[in-house]
Design a protein around this ligand. Structure first.
Ligand code: GLA
Length: 357
């Protein structure tokens, strides 16, 4: 996996206006055989064209053809940058330095993916093309003001996408703050390696480089324990079809896979955390990360909503591999901290690498 790139970037091109009248723009990164489209609303991945083993291209991420789709109820965080704190915060509150912060309970009773109307997936970021020492990139920046969605501190954010010639899309996050504040960023792309809207992902074969997970209660909040996956339906330490054991989870609170895995991080970061192969096309996605957690979610809340080209995104028609810190870290003293302090720089990386075999 090389970081250097001769990828090309074009844009910005208009992608309509938000409901509030803000212009939304898209950028296109082309490198090797891969094309990636990004938009400044939510610093979002809207398209990934990746070849199968016969070099046929398919768009392998879920999304919409227009901004109205992204602003509709049908959008379940497709492709976005998720935060300020992704995943769940129990009872939508936390205490920091003796003060209690009340957040939106947008997944009642919990706070989910940064909150209500102005979570990071919904605001319009500032886009720019840039040539980094590592290659051609698109960077989105956003200043989240003190109090936005109830969080303390002015948080200065950057999400940078760099495409290598080897099919690797690097996502680099940076943040600084002027007050201690929780930060937990991820990308929420839904993949279907047979092509977005081509049915369920149950035949995809998944390997997770994770031997433990954080069990949750009926509200999907971690109990605080860390348990081994051995002997459970969560054991993906060797490749398994998603569909092989998923039915055993259908009538549980997660309704399918929707679990935070504790990844086995080597010394070399970003480390490989997951590999997914779609047998018919031969497309493979390998995910690398600098973070200790990985939420594996199998689209159990998808309802058949119409996506790009009018294709339906059926129940379990996409999967997410959200590299992140553990859910509810802000209320769980035994989990690695997500508090960013003034003077520090938050830096995390996720790599989605596309290949075919
Ligand atoms: C995450 C959560 C899921 C769900 C989706 C969005 O993956 O873990 O429970 O909320 O986002 O629908």
């Amino acid at each position: 996996m090389s970081h250097a790139s001769a990828a090309e970037v074009s844009g910005p091109t208009p992608f309509g206006n938000t409901y509030d009248g803000l212009p939304v723009e898209r950028y296109t990164l082309t490198g090797g055989k891969i094309t990636v489209r990004l938009m400044n609303r939510g610093a979002t991945i809207t398209e990934v064209l990746a070849p199968d083993r016969a070099q046929n291209l398919a768009d392998v991420v879920l999304g919409f053809d227009n901004i109205a789709g992204y602003e509709s109820e049908a959008n379940q965080y497709f492709g976005c940058t998720t935060g300020r704190v992704c995943n769940r915060i129990a009872n939508a509150r936390f205490t920091l330095d003796g003060r209690q912060y009340q957040l939106a309970d947008n997944s009642a009773p919990n706070h989910l993916h940064g909150g209500g109307k102005r979570s990071l997936d919904k605001v319009v970021w500032q886009g720019e093309k840039l040539v980094t020492p590592r290659g051609t990139a698109v960077r989105f920046t956003y200043l989240s003001p003190e109090g936005e969605e109830g969080y303390p501190g002015n948080l200065k954010l950057a999400t940078t996408y760099i495409l290598g010639d080897d099919g690797a899309l690097w996502i680099e996050w940076e943040a600084t703050t002027d007050k201690p504040t929780p930060v937990n960023l991820t990308n929420h792309s839904y993949f279907n390696l047979a092509g977005a809207g081509s049915g369920t992902v149950l035949d995809h074969e998944v390997t997770l480089y994770a031997d433990r997970y954080t069990p949750v209660d009926a509200n999907l909040i971690p109990t605080g324990k860390i348990e081994a996956v051995t002997g459970t339906v969560l054991d993906f330490t060797t490749a398994k079809r998603i569909g092989e054991r998923i039915e055993q989870l259908t009538n549980t609170p997660t309704k399918g896979y929707d679990h935070n895995f504790v990844v086995m991080q080597g010394k070399q970061l970003p480390a490989a955390v997951a590999k997914v192969r779609e047998p018919k096309s031969g497309r493979v996605l390998t995910v690398f990360s600098t973070q200790p957690g990985l939420q594996f979610y199998t689209g159990n809340f998808l309802t058949g909503q119409a996506g790009k080209g009018g294709k339906p995104y059926v129940y379990r028609g996409g999967f997410c591999l959200e590299t992140q810190h553990f859910p509810d870290s802000v209320n769980q003293p035994t989990f690695p901290t997500i508090i960013l302090k003034p003077g520090e720089t938050y830096r995390q990386t996720c790599v989605y690498m596309f290949s075919a075999e």
